[in-house]
Design a protein around this ligand. Structure first.
Ligand code: LMR
Length: 328
């Protein structure tokens, strides 16, 4: 009896792993690092999975692995190139080893909101970025939005001088390291999945992220509060390998890319709303949110914006000008 139950349990769990995929279907594994609820990327990934599995049933089958359960962002691009996964959507800050062009998205106060980011990405320059890594084997399929970044720490942050001497977790990006250094903070690059523990144990004092990430990973629970700085952005590139996309039959590829672009359009237009809901959920859960006066915000601008000069050559003055023209 025991053996039967054990065998049954085993086959049920094995079945759960292989869930939707039938023999002969192209398996599309999509690994990402965020939660799935109240999160622009999480929701978009789930919608993509649902649509592919419904509309391409018999031809293709998608499995999404959220919450860094398969890979973190440092590993996933390598896994794509190895063919271990077929899709990923790392933040644009995570492409440092492949291109320096994306640094424009990390420069503080470069874009006034996500609509400005959207417009820049839809320009000729932005669209060309999707193909800027094909020689390295990566192809961008779409930009996916998250939102504006906020700053949190284990003490109130109102003036940038409040950040002096604090350790801040950053994504592994030279621009973000320079930004934290400009504030007098000490940047500590670290994988997203490790941030909660590092904040909780005091390995770092603070971090920057969007409302949906601060809510989704519960950073607000282990911080004094979150200051609404809107000082930068987190956005993603949905990316695949050139080998994989070229291996698909034209009709399968077209159907897949059509679904990708429809999901992108549907979910990008909702990203600000999703972040506003996450912000409210933080407040409802007792998290402290601090707003800045116009004068206080200007102090952050004055301290952070000089960082642009360090990266001018990487991102191109003409692109900075184009981004600023969109803001105007
Ligand atoms: C981070 O590492 O903080 C973010 O890029 C995580 C994410 O995917 O939003």
């Amino acid at each position: 009896k025991f053996l039967t139950a054990a065998a049954l349990a085993l086959s049920v769990s094995a079945g759960a792993v292989a869930a939707a995929c039938d023999d002969g279907e192209i398996v599309i594994k999509f690994s990402h690092v965020t939660n799935t609820d109240k999160h622009p990327k999480g929701i978009a990934a789930t919608l993509l999975e649902t649509r592919v599995n419904e509309e391409m049933n018999g031809k293709a089958c998608m499995e999404v692995f959220p919450n860094s359960t398969l890979y973190n962002d440092d590993q996933v691009l390598e896994a794509l190139l190895q063919g271990d996964v077929q899709l990923a959507a790392p933040s644009l800050s995570k492409f440092e080893q492949f291109t320096k062009k994306f640094r424009i998205f990390d420069l503080p106060f470069m874009f006034k909101n996500i609509n400005a980011v959207d417009e820049f990405q839809n320009s000729e320059t932005g669209q060309a970025m999707k193909e800027s890594m094909t020689r390295r084997g990566l192809l961008g399929l779409a930009f996916w939005h998250n939102g504006m970044k906020q700053m949190s720490a284990n003490k109130p942050l109102l003036s940038p001088s409040d950040a002096a001497g604090l350790k801040f977790r950053v994504q592994n990006s030279d621009v973000l390291k320079a930004q934290m250094a400009a504030m007098g903070g000490s940047p500590q690059p670290m994988a997203f999945s490790e941030v909660y523990g590092a904040l909780q144990t005091g390995v770092v004092d603070g971090q920057e992220n969007t409302w949906s990430n601060i809510y989704g990973r519960k950073f607000f629970e282990v911080q004094d509060g979150v200051t609404e700085t809107n000082h930068g952005i987190i956005d993603y590139m949905l990316v695949t390998s050139t080998d994989w996309i070229e291996s698909l039959d034209a009709d399968v590829r077209d159907q897949f890319l059509t679904i990708v672009s429809e999901v992108t359009e549907a979910r990008n237009s909702e990203s600000s709303k999703v972040n506003a809901e996450a912000k409210q959920a933080i407040i409802d859960a007792g998290g402290v949110v601090r707003e800045l006066t116009a004068e206080q915000r200007q102090e952050w601008v004055d301290v952070m914006k000089p960082v642009w000069d360090e990266f001018n050559a990487d991102v191109g003055q003409e692109n900075i000008d184009a981004a600023q023209a969109i803001n105007a």
